[in-house]
Design a protein around this ligand. Sequence first.
Ligand SMILES: *Cc1c(COP(=O)(O)O)cnc(C)c1O
Length: 228
Amino acid sequence: MVSVVENLQFVMNEIEIVRSKRQVAKNEPVTLIAVTKNHGVEMMQQAIDAGVENIGENRIQEAAEKFKSLNREVTRHLIGHLQTNKAKQAVRLFDLIHSVDSENLAAAVDKAAFSIGKIQDVLVQVNLAKEETKSGVYEENLQSLIAVIDNLKNIRLRGFMLIAPNYSDVENCRPLFRRMYEIFGEVRKARQNFDFLSMGMTHDYKVAIEEGANLVRIGTAIFGERNY
Ligand SMILES: *Cc1c(COP(=O)(O)O)cnc(C)c1O
């Protein structure tokens, strides 16, 4: 049996140890998003009962089912790829959408948010390593996507999200996290309400925090391996 409570304590402790020693973003807290995808609502509820305030899901339908039965309000993060035709469901369900990566998707989210009278907080997902199998805007197209989002009235850009490649040596992720933090800092200088840098998962969250992440998305280390 996986002990969600023990795993959570372990992970939160590790996060704090790394955060307190890091050389960048020194006074910034790091927020844990517990990624419950492919786990049942019981696991989600256990984490919430243990004090988790941020939940990450990657599929709309699964999230909708699980969110129905929660007994406490939590902040809900959509971390997976979003199709434009599901934007309406996404804006109803999620407080922060991490995966905006195209003008079309930004426009669809804006339209959906408008239709329910919401300002939707979003992150732009950046594909710094240019992995073809992954979503995310390439660095050279980032500024123009930001400009498009700035012209939309019902979405608000809150920061960036990065998924690093699954390198067996996690040190290989470091330059990407570092570069992402650098871009984040540059963009942040000129803006308000731009405060989230979402990077780091079970295998690479320590390096991500060392390089300036302030949102980490962790599933396996808390809930165990997923059965797909
Ligand atoms: C599944 C997922 C995670 C969590 O991954 P773990 O390795 O289980 O910690 C984080 N971010 C995204 C975008 C994911 O899809």
